[in-house]
Design a protein around this ligand. Structure first.
Ligand SMILES: O=C(O)C(=O)Cc1ccc(O)cc1
Length: 414
């Protein structure tokens, strides 16, 4: 049996010190810093927005010699530290990605029984980068292991925090103030999807690996997609092959336990494209973007733009395309407001994903709205997305084309 995952815990970045990622997440994206761990050579900061948690791992200087484990000047040493020789000792709960560039490289899941999950992974031929390891502090203990994915520099930390009462993980101090009052409706609430930029021709092997190791299921993005080839969108400046998978049973679109994994591959088309640009500047495959779910994308986009977040601009003709304004009005949205913020809207017809007859079903007002930020690191690699789903669980061709072109126009200008 594949190794069962309970829920997504957090996504970890690895960045050199001084990239400004933490201050951008706090000041611009309105995340709250809630836990930190500082050693002589690494700073690990956990930031939260609803159920969406990012862990930012910053390298502060040279790594320590392999035989030492860094002491934490900010709190007493945990009772049990990871054994030496596993990982590189710099970052707790993770391995350092080999890339020098800033990267989002670890998707961490909670599991119930780390030793049994590790055994199953090893039986399935997935070597562990860090074997089951206990870490303890005054608030309890956590067991974790780390497995490297078949995709680029991505790894997965699997942890059991059922015996832990602290704010985040053993070894971290509580930091900052997470607001306790009623949630601001303009806040994003959780991760909707994580998109991997994959090298050409690798999708099937990636699907097979995640299915074999973790029991991921294929998720149909759109009924126009082909079972073997995925959803291919090409022509008119776009060359993209998308395939998606999910780890949970899948619930109502928009719920926190329904995070999907989207695999993006470029198709041979003239000119440079954003997936290949990612692969080149990142030094290989990896996490290209993370979709943050919000129940009110207009307010969230407005608040983030006011705080300094830069979004890519939709193609100039997007809102004046035949039928677009009508489609937006029909969905109950105002095209002037969406265009003011650069938000895209795509409808999903009943049966678009389930295989029902397109055109034969009455039009349902199921739709989604999306907007991409500009890349957030100096390299043209990782970016964030805001997404609001109104009943639509997949991704529509209209939005994908427009999003692709928005990013492309931005990259071509740079
Ligand atoms: O729409 C989304 O959020 C996707 O994940 C699809 C997608 C993937 C990669 C791109 O470069 C552009 C669009």
């Amino acid at each position: 049996m594949a190794a069962p995952l309970s829920r997504l815990s957090h996504i970890a970045f690895h960045v050199p010190a001084g990239t400004g990622l933490v201050s951008d997440l706090v000041d611009k994206f309105r995340f709250h810093l809630f836990a930190s761990r500082v050693t002589a050579c690494a700073r690990q900061l956990a930031l939260r927005k609803g159920a969406a948690v990012f862990l930012v791992n910053e390298r502060l200087g040279e790594a320590p010699p392999a035989h030492t484990f860094p002491s934490d000047p900010t709190r007493p040493a945990p009772a049990q530290q990871p054994p030496l020789g596993h990982g590189d000792g710099e970052f707790l709960y993770d391995v350092s990605p080999s890339r020098p560039v800033s990267t989002a490289s670890n998707v961490c899941f909670e599991v119930q029984d780390v030793p049994s999950v590790s055994r199953r992974l090893q039986e399935r031929g997935c070597p562990l980068a860090i074997p089951p390891t206990d870490v303890t502090d005054d608030d309890g203990s956590v067991t974790y292991c780390v497995v490297r994915s078949v995709v680029g520099n991505i790894s997965h930390t699997l942890l059991d925090r059922s015996r832990y009462r602290g704010a985040f993980l053993p070894g971290f101090r509580t930091a900052g103030d997470v607001p306790k009052g009623p949630r601001d409706p303009a806040e994003a609430t959780h991760f909707d999807h994580i998109t991997y930029a994959c090298s050409r021709g690798s999708t099937q092997a990636v699907l097979d690996w995640y299915q074999h190791c973790f029991g991921f299921q294929r998720f149909v993005i759109n009924r126009q997609e082909d079972a073997a080839e995925g959803y291919r969108i090409r022509g008119r400046g776009v060359g993209l092959r998308l395939t998606a998978m999910r780890y949970g049973k899948g619930s109502e679109p928009g719920l926190a336990d329904d995070c999907k994994f989207v695999l993006a591959e470029s198709l041979p088309e003239p000119g440079k494209n954003q997936v290949d640009t990612f692969l080149e500047q990142h030094g290989g495959a990896g996490i290209q973007h993370v979709g943050l779910y919000t129940a009110d994308i207009v307010s969230t986009a407005r608040a983030l733009a006011e705080a300094g977040v830069q979004f890519v601009e939709p193609p100039r003709a997007y809102y004046s395309e035949a039928g677009k304004a009508e489609e937006i009005w029909e969905a109950g949205q105002d095209p002037r407001l969406l265009s003011q913020h650069g938000i895209l809207l795509d409808g999903e017809l009943a049966g678009d994903r389930e295989g029902g007859g397109r055109g034969s079903s009455p039009r349902q007002r199921r739709y989604l709205m999306q907007i991409f930020t500009k890349p957030i690191f100096p390299e043209e690699t990782f970016f964030l997305e805001l997404i609001e789903r109104r009943g639509a669980a997949g991704f529509g061709e209209g939005n994908i084309r427009a999003l692709w072109k928005s990013v492309q126009a931005y990259l071509d200008k740079e």
